[in-house]
Design a binder for this molecule. Structure first.
Ligand SMILES: Cc1ncc(COP(=O)(O)O)c(C=O)c1O
Length: 259
């Protein structure tokens, strides 16, 4: 098939995320046919440096034979089985153990999901369930950052702080509040001391308004400074101190801790 054939079928049948469909209809989509190392090759033969690494998930590069062989061997042996109802399989057991060995010591259990959005949905539910079982069902508030991206499912977009996403698909998951982002460009002209840093533990106003003082004690939102999230946005270097740079390398908008 030619590029124009792919584009015609794509336009007719394929819904893309984060896409202006009018522009897509007019310009047609770019068809990526192959990957080699750090490059992708489109259906017109253009070789493009893949600066996004897929969607920042192809961290080993394209065309790795050992990955092809491992996937093919596993497909032959057991292409899929679930881990519900006290069941598991060797690759899941081994991968969980390997990840825990590589992770910091306090991270010692793994829950597998298919995407970052699902992971964030799952962890939101897990944390709320955890506190309910601990006898503190009111401890539900979660703090995110304005403009943070935590995925595109309903919980993911509620945790994230992107206004255009909030406008689509509401109502949002309740008891999630957002504090300002540590973003130098937004803060042009604002005194440096007033610009939030990734380590700031400012309590969001909606939480202050809605909580009674006893509920507040029990359900105090956790400090954003002690938490972890999966990917790192770029904070401009000059705008951040040593402490916040350290945070920006290892966390996104740091969003919660459970203790
Ligand atoms: C910090 C963060 N959380 C969640 C997600 C959502 O991940 P996915 O696209 O796999 O659903 C992303 C994706 O870019 C992300 O960067």
């Amino acid at each position: 098939m030619q590029t124009s054939d792919y584009q015609r079928l794509d336009r007719a049948h394929h819904l893309h995320p984060f896409t202006d469909f009018k522009a897509l209809g007019e310009e047609g989509s770019r068809i990526i046919e192959r990957g080699e190392g750090v490059y992708i090759i489109d259906s017109d033969g253009n070789r493009i440096l893949d600066g996004m690494a897929g969607l920042w998930c192809v961290n080993l590069g394209y065309g790795r034979e050992e990955l092809v062989e491992a996937a093919a061997a596993q497909m032959r042996q057991l292409p899929y089985y679930n881990n519900f109802f006290k069941t598991t399989h060797p690759p899941a057991v081994k991968l969980a153990e390997t990840l825990c060995r590589l992770a910091p010591p306090h991270i010692n259990r793994v829950f597998f999901t298919g995407s970052g959005s699902e992971a964030n949905d799952t962890v939101l539910r897990m944390v709320r369930r955890y506190w309910a079982l601990k006898g503190q069902p009111d401890k539900q508030w979660v703090i995110g950052r304005e403009n943070a991206y935590h995925g595109s499912t309903v919980a993911g977009l509620s945790l994230g702080g992107m206004a255009p996403m909030h406008e689509q698909g509401g109502p949002l998951v309740p008891k999630i509040a957002h504090v300002r982002q540590p973003w130098w460009f937004w803060a042009k002209g604002v005194p440096r001391a007033r610009i939030p840093r990734p380590s700031d533990a400012s309590v969001p106003r909606p939480w202050r308004r809605r909580s009674s003082s006893s509920a507040r004690r029990r359900s105090r939102p956790s400090s954003p400074s002690r938490c972890r999230a999966p990917a790192a946005p770029s904070f401009p270097r000059r705008a951040t101190g040593r402490r916040s740079r350290r945070c920006s390398r290892s966390t996104t908008s740091c969003w919660w801790r459970t203790r």
